[in-house]
Design a protein around this ligand. Structure first.
Ligand SMILES: [Zn+2]
Length: 112
């Protein structure tokens, strides 16, 4: 029921911003990490249920999953750990540390 809690906090954040701007929100963009297991469909469903009857009722959620990042131990640059050879794209070193998964963030709200 992790998604219900997220949906409620998103709704609270969007409602607050909408009240501040006295505008009707139509879409919201959020991002989250790869291992931060948010199920898009369940989250959308939970959000729709939570937003029913509020000014956020028709807000469309856009969910972006960010790839895991690594930090190269040699040149200290961060990069997306996606490539199969898992090497730093900056210096080619295979010595890197995985960074913590990205948190769930409300990136932007679109108003009418
Ligand atoms: Zn490097």
């Amino acid at each position: 029921m992790h998604e219900t809690v997220i949906a409620e906090s998103l709704l609270a954040a969007i409602s607050q911003e909408a009240a501040k701007q006295s505008a009707k929100p139509i879409a919201a963009k959020i991002s989250c990490g790869t291992f931060n297991t948010v199920n898009d469909e369940i989250l959308r469903f939970a959000f729709t249920a939570a937003a029913k009857g509020t000014p956020c009722e028709n807000v469309k959620l856009q969910i972006e999953h960010k790839p895991i990042q690594g930090q190269c131990q040699k040149c200290k640059q961060n990069f997306d750990v996606e490539s199969p050879d898992k090497r730093c794209p900056h210096c080619g070193s295979g010595d890197f540390q995985l960074l913590p998964d990205a948190p769930l963030v409300l990136e932007e709200i679109e108003f009418e």
